[in-house]
Design a protein. Structure first.
Length: 260
């Protein structure tokens, strides 16, 4: 069977790299990883003999540049944004300063993201990368197929108001269906919706701890201990309250379920 030579638009090249990388990552214990072969790669520092060779060098430079911003793109197209913002609100609501450390919260949010996004990455791997690897589809078809799982996931958790904002700002005609939306329009709308959702969850997290702070402050004021910081007294009670209600299990479970 004749293999197609890929022609990848740079706007969507990052989604190719992300989908392939995480599809391999989530299938390390399956036969998919065993069938994946890394192609040989070499760098020649000699002078270019033809425009085609110079074009190849420029492609390598562009790919390396895209890889440097790939983590940022990855964070905006997954559930990581909501998780890490909510954990930050929780730490501030508890008032525990540097405990737990930011590295722990970021790592927890990252592994939760792997679990939540696993069906999306698996669908992109099976429907896009495997046929492209086997030469059954062209590079353009690969890009269309690899975008679909990400677009469906982001559109499912994007508010219509935020989506309409970026559609109007793009200056393009209003699409007739969500399938016609550009991925570059969906990403910022999804990020804004995730931040807003995280702020709503953070507000709800603050309420019980704020009430506890007010109760402790009122008791200290009635006892005449105006020089004693209420936060110093309320902190152990907030930690005890969070432990008694099994707060981590409840919060993590609720966040996982919020993505359906």
């Amino acid at each position: 069977m004749t293999r197609f030579r890929p022609s990848l638009p740079m706007n969507f090249l990052i989604f190719v790299l992300v989908s392939v990388f995480f599809a391999i990552f989530i299938n390390t214990q399956t036969s998919y990883a065993a069938r994946f072969n890394i192609p040989p790669f070499s760098i020649n520092l000699d002078s270019p003999d033809a425009p085609r060779q110079l074009s190849g060098v420029m492609q390598i430079v562009i790919i390396l540049t895209i890889l440097s911003v790939a983590p940022a793109i990855l964070l905006l197209t997954t559930s990581f944004t909501r998780l890490v913002v909510v954990f930050s609100f929780l730490k501030h609501a508890l008032g525990t300063q540097q405990s737990p450390p930011n590295q722990v919260l970021v790592s927890l949010a990252l592994f939760m993201t792997f679990i939540i996004m696993q069906p999306v990455w698996k669908e992109a791997y099976e429907n896009a990368y495997v046929p492209y690897r086997d030469g059954l589809i062209s590079g353009d078809q690969f890009l269309v197929k690899v975008q679909q799982p990400f677009k469906q996931f982001m559109l499912k958790h994007t508010r219509k108001k935020d989506l309409a904002l970026f559609v109007s700002m793009s200056g393009k005609p209003k699409p007739k269906s969500p399938k016609e939306l550009s991925i570059m329009t969906i990403i910022p709308a999804f990020a804004v919706s995730e931040i807003k959702t995280a702020f709503e969850i953070g507000f709800l997290l603050y309420i019980p701890f704020l009430i506890l702070d007010m109760v402790v402050a009122s008791i200290l004021l009635s006892m005449g201990m105006m020089m004693l910081p209420p936060v110093m007294i309320s902190l152990p009670f907030k930690i005890m309250l969070f432990i008694l209600v099994d707060g981590w299990n409840l919060l993590v479970g609720s966040l996982m379920k919020s993505f359906g």
